[in-house]
Design a protein around this ligand. Sequence first.
Ligand SMILES: [Mn+2]
Length: 232
Amino acid sequence: MISNIIKNEQEIASISKAAALGDRCFSHILGFLEPGMTEKQISAEIERYLFENGAEGLAFDTISVSGERSCLPHGEPTDKRIEKGEFLTLDFGAVIDGYCGDMTRTVAIGFVTNEMRRVYETVLEAQLAALDFIKAGVRCFDADKTARDIIIKAGYGEYFPHGLGHGVGMLVHEAPTLNSKSEEILGKNMVITIEPGIYIPDRFGVRIEDLAIVTDFGIMNKVESQKELIIL
Ligand SMILES: [Mn+2]
């Protein structure tokens, strides 16, 4: 079932709960992670934590991709072990009261190269700019452009192949669609993701995703996890 594009108070409360559980899960995983663990071990721990702490389901199959596999926006976790000098991207969401959470963080293991840091900082700058720009009345393609222009200017435009975000409700992908073609206008109490990414084929990728409520004055970001680069 798909929910109305404008969420009511109860729906917003449920999505907020799912987002808060995501934050707690991410914080748990930061303490759990160690080099040498496999992508699958990490995704299994994310899912175990979500279910143990109130999730009634998963919004989608958990993404846990590391090293050169982090360049796959929708990669499935494998038996590959995470190693120092790699990025690890985790994208996951709980279902609570029938409503989905959805968040992504990319963390580094051990150390990063200058180029990895530059890519990370570019995605972060793009994400922060979009968060700052979005409010009711904004056109979806302009929201996308705000983030995309920063990524293009940094020279990585061809490596941002997907849209800025999507609506979230009972389904994890609902209206509105935030991409470079979408003329939809964001309205108060729509619930959307803001998730720019850069994916350099066969090398590495970075995505930062928050889940937010659109208001007349900006957004209420329901994801509070740190987004400045974390090196574990
Ligand atoms: Mn998403």
